[in-house]
Design a protein around this ligand. Sequence first.
Ligand code: A2P
Length: 328
Amino acid sequence: MATITLNTGAVMPAISLGMWKIAKDTTASVVVEAIRAGYRGIDCACDYGNEKEVGDGIKAAIAEGLCTREELFITSKLWNTYHAKAHVEPACRKTLADLGLAYLDLYLIHFPICCKYVPIEERYPPEWCTDAGVMEIVPVPVTETWQAMEALADAGLAKAIGVSNFSCSLVQDLLATCRVKPAANQVEIHPYNAQASLSAFMAANGIAVTGFSPIGSSSYVEIGMDKGHSKGVLENDTTVAIATAHGATPAQVCLRWQIQRGHAIVPKSTNPGRLRENLAAGTDKFVLSAEQMAQITALDQKLRYNDPGEFTKGMGPQWAETGYPIHD
Ligand code: A2P
């Protein structure tokens, strides 16, 4: 099974199960099923609202003897409302308590966007907007948040720390001031959003790249953000032809393309067959040729489905027209 060695020396599975949008009532059983199928990485976040249930699944899998804690690689993410120094550690401890863990393998800043603090006991997860339906931005510099993340690494609460949805320029700035280098940057990557320059920049700086939404629009159909592509890359002539040539599925081709680029990926599935299908892309069962890799990369349209610059439109007076602007 493919793995990625982080700049800390830790080994991360190249394929982790993405937990975004998995309903609470199925989460624990999906986690157990995934671990039974061979997954050892679980990609969580406060914002996904299901960390308690992920914790139940992890506990059940360990109790069943399917794995040990040490064999698992658990990632979580700091939500936007907890960027101020005083809120980082309590947020991490809440995630750890929900997951039933003493440490995270990787803790990421979820977005380079700092929203007004919401106390945990008031609303959890706090989501993007205040009770008044407004996204309120507060001025906390990334360096402040990062220093608090470094303190989590020092304390052993997170074995590695990193970022998510960060542009190259933000990472460059962070590198200028950090004491602990980010281990990973998790961003949206699929054949319609290939992120070639971001991938090269992170590789040059020893930062692992994790691609979320690796099969593109499918993740966004249920939340009305698929831009009219109900299947997207899964029905693209190129991915379908390459899949047919290998006796694989178009989804596996999209996943394999990232594995061969040296990326980690976090495909979500609640379906036992698709869980296994996705994990198989991490074995050398089929290998894409250099020409096939280039054909898939050429599908790039710089198309993001998960773009705060679009989905925050209307979330408050200052964002009504433009949405919150973050770019790569
Ligand atoms: P399901 O859970 O029913 O399998 P994400 O991009 O966030 O990883 O989400 C992937 C989306 O695509 C989910 O809606 C998931 O639904 C679906 N999916 C996951 N794996 C596959 C696959 N191998 N083929 C087709 N659809 C898939």
